[in-house]
Design a protein around this ligand. Structure first.
Ligand code: AMP
Length: 655
C-alpha cells in the first residue's frame, strides 16, 4: 500500500529534494489476482516521503507528470539489497539492473516494495540516502527476505512462513548514522578532506558501511577465469557483494578479491556441523547405507539429519557379524547434553563423536573414518557470468549415450571439471531461442537438478554442456539393478522424493519441465537422482515429438489436457511425475505395457489409470493416483507431494 497524493513531479522537484532519479518499480501486487508488473518511474526522495511519478514521455511533455504513489519515510523499517529474482525479459530491460527493497508498515500491515536502480552505484546511493532519511525510525528490522513472497513461498529461501523474521541479516544502519555527523574522516583514514558529504558517501566509505558477512569455504574451488577467486576448504572470506544469487564477490585473508560460487561457502555464524567431514546434511537413511556399504570399511560413519526435524542420526558400518549399517539417534537429556548411550553424555555433537572415536561405548564399533571427501556440488555456470563455453576449453571423451538431439559424450572442461556434452544434431532444435533461454537455465540451481553449465554456440553443431552424472539415466539404472532395488522400497521412495524436490524447485520458479520421465532423470554417486532436460522440449523442431499426434510425443506421460489441447503446466508435470513414480516402483517397466499410443489415449480419456506396481505400498500408490486426477486443479503441487512422501517415508521406513 503506497499513499496517493496530488503533487506533480514538477512541484516536487522545485524545492531541492534529497535525491531524485529514474528506477524500475515492481508493482505491489496488493491483491493476489493482480498481475505483477514492472514500470519505470521518476522517484523523488524528500524529508518525509519517497514519491514516484509517471515518466516523462514526448507526448505528455507539456502536462504535469502525475504522482503514482508515495511512501511515508517514518513507516520504513528495511532498506536492503535484493536478489535478482527476475529475468531481464520479465521487467523489460536489456541491460543489467540493480534491485533493492524497501520494507514498511502501514496500519500494522507489512509491505515490500522492490525497486531496481539502473546503475550499480546508484543502488548504493539510493539505499544510503533512504536509510539516512529514516535513521530515527523506531522499528528498524534486523532480518529480512531479499526476494518477494510468491505463490505462498519466500522466493529467496523457500520458507512458507509469510510473517517469518527473514533469512538474511540486515546491514548495520548505525554506521551510517555516524556518517551524517559530517566527520567523514573517522570512517576512513584514506579519505581526503572534502571527499564526501553527508548523503553522498565516497566509494571507500560505501565499502565500509555495506554489510559484511564472514563466510567459510565448505569445498576447495579452483579459480580458472580471471576475476574469479580460488577457495580453500575451511578458510574464511569476507563477502563484498552478494547481490547476485550464485556468484559472490569475496576477499580472502591476503586481500585478494574475486568471484566464488555462493554454494561453496557458508556464513560463519550458521556453519554448525557443516565444517565436519562426517556430517552429510540431508542424506537419507537409504543413501547413507549405500554410501557406507560402498566404502566397505569397519567403523566408517556419517552423521545426517534425521527425518524428524531438528534431530540427528549416526549411521555406522560394521562387518560384524556380517556387513551392515546401524543407525543411532543422537539424543539429548534434560540438561541439553548429547548422547548415544546414556552413560556417555557430551556438551556438543562434535564432542560426542570425538568420544566415540576413542571408545565404542556400546556402539557396534568405534567410530573410525568417514567416506572420502564429499564431491563438491556443481556451480551455476563454469564461472561468474559465463554461459558461453569456448570450444577449445572442452576435451571430448567417451560416448555416454544418444537421445532425441544426438550423441552425448563425457568431457573435461579446461582439463579439470567433468562435464557431459550434448552434441545437438543440426536442425533438431530452434537454436537461437534455446541459446537465449540457456542464460536463464544456468541460473536454476538445485541438488536434484542436473546443472546446465552453458552452451558452445559459436560453432556447429552446438553443444549443451551440463553436469556429468556417473550412472546415466534413471530408467537404465532401475532396469540394471532391478534385483537389488525391487526389495528395497525405501530406496525407491527416496529416489521419488529426490525427483520431487527438484521438481518443487522448478515449480517455485514457475518453470515447466514438459517431458518429465525416468529416461530424463540421471543418477550420480551416492544414489543421488537429478532431473535433466527441463524446458528443453520447447525448442524441439521435430513435429513427431512436439505434436500430441506425433510418434515421438510422450503420450504415456501426458494428462488429458495435454492430449486434448497441448496445455502444459506444473500440473501436467505432476501427472508425468505420477507416471515416473510408477516407473520407479516397477523398476523401469514401460507404462501401459505394449498398449499402442491411441489405446493409451482412449484409456486416459475414460479415466482409467495405471495399476499398482507389484512391490509398492498402498500409501505410495495413493499418491500416484492423486497425480492422475482428471482435472489439473485437483492434482497436488510438488511442494505438497514432497511433504506427503517424506511423511510416508518416516512411517514406513524406520529412520
Ligand atoms: P539424452 O539425449 O538426454 O536422452 O541422453 C542420452 C543418454 O546419454 C542418456 O540416456 C544417458 O545415458 C546419457 N547422458 C545424458 N546426459 C548425461 C549426463 N549429464 N551425465 C551422464 N550421462 C548422460
Amino acid at each position: 500500500m503506497a499513499m496517493r497524493n496530488s503533487s506533480t513531479y514538477e512541484e516536487a522537484t522545485e524545492i531541492k529534494p534529497k535525491k531524485e532519479g529514474v528506477m524500475i518499480k515492481r508493482s505491489l501486487n496488493k491483491r493476489f489476482w493482480t498481475v505483477v508488473n514492472y514500470k519505470q518511474r521518476s522517484f523523488v526522495l524528500n524529508e518525509k516521503f519517497l514519491v514516484y511519478y509517471e515518466l516523462e514521455d514526448d507526448s505528455s511533455k507539456l502536462l504535469k507528470r502525475e504522482e503514482k504513489g508515495r511512501i511515508l519515510l517514518e513507516t520504513v523499517h528495511t532498506v536492503e539489497i535484493a536478489t535478482n529474482f527476475f529475468t531481464k525479459e520479465e521487467i523489460g530491460v536489456s541491460e543489467e539492473v540493480w534491485p533493492f527493497l524497501l520494507g514498511y508498515q502501514v496500519k500494522g500491515r507489512d509491505y515490500l516494495l522492490f525497486l531496481c536502480a539502473l546503475r550499480k552505484e546508484d543502488r548504493i546511493d539510493w539505499i544510503l540516502a533512504i536509510r539516512e532519511a529514516c535513521l530515527n525510525n523506531k522499528t528498524i528490522k534486523s532480518e529480512f527476505h531479499p526476494a518477494p513472497w510468491i505463490s505462498k513461498n519466500w522466493a529467496c529461501c523457500g520458507s512458507t512462513v509469510r510473517y517469518s523474521e527473514g533469512c538474511r541479516k540486515c546491514g548495520d544502519w548505525a554506521s551510517i548514522r555516524s556518517l551524517s555527523s559530517l566527520d567523514v574522516s573517522t570512517h576512513s583514514n584514506n579519505t581526503m578532506p572534502g571527499e564526501g558529504t553527508p548523503g553522498t558517501p565516497s566509494s571507500k566509505q560505501k565499502e565500509k558501511i555495506m554489510p559484511r558477512t564472514k563466510v567459510v569455504a565448505l569445498y576447495n574451488y579452483k579459480a580458472i577465469e580471471t576475476g574469479d577467486l580460488s577457495l580453500e576448504k575451511n578458510q574464511e572470506y569476507d563477502v563484498i557483494d552478494d547481490s547476485q544469487e550464485h556468484w559472490w564477490k569475496v576477499k580472502d585473508t591476503k586481500g585478494n578479491v574475486g568471484f566464488i560460487p555462493s554454494n561453496y561457502v557458508k556464513e560463519k555464524e550458521s556453519l554448525g556441523l557443516q565444517q565436519y567431514e562426517w556430517y552429510v546434511n540431508d542424506m537419507s537413511r537409504q543413501r547413507s547405507e549405500s554410501t557406507l556399504k560402498h566404502e566397505d570399511k569397519e567403523g566408517c560413519f556419517v552423521v545426517r539429519n534425521s527425518s524428524t526435524k531438528g534431530l540427528y542420526t549416526l549411521s555406522l558400518y560394521t562387518k560384524i557379524p556380517h556387513p551392515h549399517v546401524k543407525h543411532y539417534h543422537i539424543k539429548q537429556n534434560s540438561r541439553g547434553e548429547f548422547f548415544l548411550s546414556e552413560k556417555h553424555c557430551c556438551q556438543s555433537i562434535p564432542d560426542l563423536i570425538n568420544y566415540h572415536k576413542h571408545n565404542s561405548g556400546g556402539l557396534a564399533s568405534r567410530l573410525k573414518t568417514s567416506p572420502c571427501d564429499r564431491p563438491a556440488p556443481a556451480t551455476a555456470g563454469l564461472s561468474h557470468d559465463k554461459w558461453e563455453i569456448d570450444h577449445d576449453d572442452l576435451m571430448l571423451l567417451e560416448e555416454l549415450g544418444s537421445g532425441q538431439f544426438g550423441v552425448v559424450r563425457r568431457g573435461k572442461w579446461r582439463g579439470s571439471i567433468d562435464v557431459a556434452v550434448k552434441m545437438m544434431k543440426e536442425g533438431t532444435m530452434s537454436e537461437d531461442d534455446f541459446i537465449e533461454e540457456a542464460k536463464v537455465m544456468t541460473k536454476l540451481q538445485h541438488t536434484n537438478l542436473v546443472q546446465l553449465y552453458g552452451v558452445c554456440s559459436k560453432n556447429r553443431p552446438i553443444f549443451i554442456v551440463t553436469e556429468y552424472m556417473r550412472y546415466g539415466s534413471l530408467l537404465n539404472h532401475l532396469r540394471r539393478h532391478e534385483q537389488s532395488l525391487s526389495s528395497n522400497q525405501g530406496l525407491l521412495l527416496d529416489m521419488c522424493i529426490q525427483v520431487c524436490k527438484g521438481m518443487a524447485y522448478l515449480e517455485r520458479h514457475n518453470y515447466i519441465h514438459r517431458d518429465l520421465a525416468a529416461r530424463n532423470c540421471l543418477v550420480g554417486t551416492d544414489n543421488i537422482v537429478k532431473v535433466a532436460d527441463f524446458g528443453l522440449a520447447r525448442y524441439v523442431l521435430d513435429d513427431q515429438y512436439t505434436s500430441s499426434g506425433g510418434s515421438k510425443f510422450p503420450i504415456k506421460w501426458a494428462p488429458p489436457e495435454v492430449l486434448n489441447y497441448t496445455r502444459f503446466s506444473s500440473k501436467s508435470d505432476i501427472w508425468a511425475y505420477g507416471v515416473l513414480m510408477w516407473e520407479v516402483f516397477s523398476c523401469g517397466k514401460m507404462p501401459y505395457g505394449r498398449l499402442k499410443n491411441a489405446e493409451v489415449v482412449e484409456r486416459v480419456q475414460k479415466g482409467l489409470i495405471l495399476e499398482k506396481p507389484k512391490a509398492c505400498y498402498k500409501e505410495v500408490y495413493d499418491v500416484m493416483r492423486k497425480c492422475w486426477a482428471h482435472l489439473p486443479e485437483n492434482r497436488p503441487s510438488f511442494k505438497v507431494l514432497k511433504e506427503t512422501l517424506v511423511g510416508i517415508s518416516q512411517r514406513i521406513v524406520v529412520d
